[in-house]
Design a protein around this ligand. Structure first.
Ligand code: FMN
Ligand code: SF4
Length: 650
């Protein structure tokens, strides 16, 4: 008997029995290159099916030419899509997993253009959105009919491709939700007006799909149970719709938020500051009112949490999307009771949805094999095991060691400090970032499973290298805080973020953070010190605080800083300090910007590489690889990826 009985209980929708309750909800992967599924996408989903997921809902497929909301989505508007979908279905079914796909029209939520020119966005009415600044054109009635027919034709194609079902995307403020919303749908024809008229679009989409597909084909609905936006659908409005449609869809897949609002979009992939399973109460309230099975997602990253949500009756199935992006084998590990082996997602959003918003293929900072299954899917055992010395126990070194050892090498990792983790040890000390420390736990576990020999409190020196006598050395010694000459530094109190986080310095009551990095550090310190009662000014050498991190993480944090009274000053390039006056220069006009009454200036000015072993290794005539921040300072994502790359070839 498994310890997770609810999670591994099968569920039946129509005539489809799904082996467990673990669901990968629809998510854009940016893997498709020509609007149809390709080899990379097949390999991506095969990995998750092989890892034991019960159901995969594939990313959105456009149902009409006007549905192209990014330059790299899937389209199901012609039979050209069928072979690619059939290959995904074959790969997923081969491993006993069910496969649905999302049917999609964004309405006004056009995020990206195809060629640099803004397309005409079509929505129920000409009501603009906040986030993408799109003013749509009201859909002519003839186009509404075309789009409905497009949903049906797309569903029929996906059924022919061998998929088990489709999911109508009415979540996140996309087209069906726009029709439902009285503040977005201002029509006075048959498609707008009272509740019945505003539900007509969804009603006809469902009827058309049912008419075009067979009786066993599953048709679900993804919906935001609460769009959490002043202009969005309220929980009460959504509930009324779900009650009205009860029994007609085969399941409701509950999420939250709308793409239309800067703040509410954060709910689409909630960052680590948001509680685990935060939408379970919302799905529970819906499940209590309908007979339709209810699924829920949102920060459910561990099987124990999923089990609790299912056992409490809050949902019939759990979306564990980033959990599967981070660890495709999570279901199999859970089923086998290997809970400590699971690489839990830390909701950093950096390489999954962060890549999506930059137009790059999906990956994961902890598991860079994701999205690169064709290259790194299966580590090739080495034909000639060697002794590999890895200098540095941060994320780069840990991944390199784990990968090298997994391939059969004798990997010896030496870390000068007492603890593994490198800069992740500091990153986890920032407010709401404690979960970042999970990257250390997870990589340490990977090393243990692979059989890496770990030596902490061991600095790599020439003598040590000679005594270990490795065949190759990987230098992953990381970086330290950059401390450029600042004019007048000796006249004031100037400290760096590491000193503050390690409590090595006292910080005055009035602080200015000069932030060139534009990442987590400036915002995190600002929150920490504001909460400690300091007056905090965050002078950013850029357009906005957190400019270089994923928008949901940044936007949530900017709201917190606003509420805490932190003053954010954009375009401020640090110039110097004179006693308690900090001088900046406006980054474009060059005009002086003076900040008085500064007790402490914190310089978040990036890092410098620590790499003083390469000459020694070269001198000893050994093969040498430099990775991560030791190569040049960046983030944990590049560090882990470079660890993977070197571990895969060494
Ligand atoms: C890279 C990425 C892309 C996403 N794209 C979509 C999408 O196309 N359609 C959708 O309904 N949800 C999308 N989502 C939201 C996920 O389906 C899911 O609701 C979200 O990740 C929260 O669940 P989780 O905490 O288990 O990851 C996306 C999420 C990620 C991480
Ligand atoms: S990149 Fe971060 S949020 Fe995305 S799956 Fe990996 S750990 Fe989770």
């Amino acid at each position: 008997m498994t310890a997770l009985p609810h999670l591994f209980a099968p569920i039946t929708l129509r005539n489809l029995t799904i082996r467990n309750r673990i669901l990968s909800t629809g998510h854009d992967t940016t893997l498709p290159t020509a609007f149809v599924p390709n080899d990379a996408l097949v390999a991506y989903h095969r990995a998750r099916a092989a890892g034991g997921a019960g159901l995969i809902v594939m990313q959105v497929a456009g149902v009409h030419e006007t549905a192209r909301y990014t330059a790299h989505l899937l389209m199901a508007t012609s039979d050209d899509c069928i072979p690619g979908y059939a290959r995904v279905a074959g790969a997923v079914h081969e491993h006993g997993c069910a496969l649905f796909a999302q049917l999609f029209h964004p309405g006004r939520e056009i995020m990206e253009s195809q060629d640099g020119t803004a397309p005409v966005a079509y929505a129920p009415s000409a009501v603009p959105n906040e986030r993408f600044h799109v003013m749509p054109r009201a859909m002519p009635a003839a186009m509404i009919a075309e789009v409905i027919a497009g949903y049906a034709a797309a569903a029929h194609r996906l059924e022919r491709a061998g998929l088990d079902g489709v999911e109508v995307v009415a979540s996140h403020g996309y087209l069906p939700a726009q029709f439902l919303n009285p503040r977005v749908n201002l029509r006075s024809d048959a498609w707008g007006g009272d509740d019945v008229a505003r539900r007509r679009f969804l009603d006809q989409v469902l009827a058309a799909i049912r008419a075009a597909t067979g009786p066993d084909f599953v048709v679900g609905l993804r919906i935001s149970g609460d769009e959490k936006d002043a202009d969005g659908l309220s929980a009460e409005e959504v509930m009324a719709t779900l009650v009205a449609f009860d029994g007609r869809f085969d399941y409701y897949n509950v999420t939250a938020g709308t793409s239309a609002g800067i703040g509410s979009a954060i709910n689409i992939a909630p960052p680590m500051a948001v509680a685990h399973g935060h939408l379970a109460p919302l799905s529970a309230s819906i499940r209590a009112r309908v007979t339709t099975p209810v699924f829920v997602a949102g920060r459910i990253n561990q099987p124990q949490d999923a089990e609790r949500i299912l056992a409490s009756g809050a949902a019939d199935m759990v979306g564990m999307t980033r959990a599967l992006i981070c660890d495709p084998d999570m279901p199999a590990k859970a089923r086998e009771g290997r809970l400590d082996d699971i690489r839990a997602c830390i909701a950093c959003n950096q390489a999954c949805i962060g890549h999506f918003h930059m137009g790059y293929p999906i990956s994961c900072i902890q598991h860079p094999e994701t999205g690169r299954e064709l290259t790194y899917g299966t580590p090739a055992p080495t034909p000639a095991p060697r002794r590999i010395l890895i200098a540095g126990g941060g994320p780069a070194g840990m991944k390199a060691a784990a990968m090298a050892a997994a391939r059969g090498h004798h990997a010896i990792l030496c870390e000068a400090g007492r603890q593994l983790g490198g800069q992740a040890l500091l990153a986890q000390m920032l407010p709401t970032r404690a979960e970042f420390g999970g990257i250390i736990t997870n990589l340490a576990r990977e090393m243990t499973l692979a059989g890496v020999e770990v030596r902490t409190s061991t600095r790599v020196t020439r003598d040590l290298i000679t005594s270990i006598a490795p065949d190759a050395v990987v230098i992953a010694t990381g970086a330290g805080p950059r401390a450029p000459q600042i004019e007048g530094a000796q006249t004031g109190h100037v400290v760096n973020p590491w000193q503050v986080l390690r409590n090595e310095v006292n910080v005055g009551g009035s602080v200015l953070i000069a932030d060139w990095s534009l990442d987590w550090i400036g915002m995190g310190l600002a929150e920490k010190l504001a909460r400690a009662g300091c007056r905090v000014r965050l002078a950013v050498d850029g357009y906005m605080a957190g400019q270089r991190i994923h928008q949901y993480v940044r936007d949530l944090w900017i709201g917190t800083l606003h509420d805490l009274g932190v003053e954010v000053i954009p375009y401020a390039r640090l110039y110097g300090i004179d006693g308690q006056t900090v001088y900046c220069q406006h980054a474009t006009s060059g005009a002086p910007m003076l900040f008085d009454d500064v007790d402490t200036l914190i310089t978040s000015l990036g890092h410098h590489s620590i790499c003083d072993l390469d000459d020694t290794v070269a001198d000893l005539g050994l093969e040498c690889h430099v990775i991560g921040d030791a190569l040049t300072p960046r983030t944990a994502e590049e560090a882990v990826f470079e660890g993977l790359k070197v571990g895969a070839v060494i």
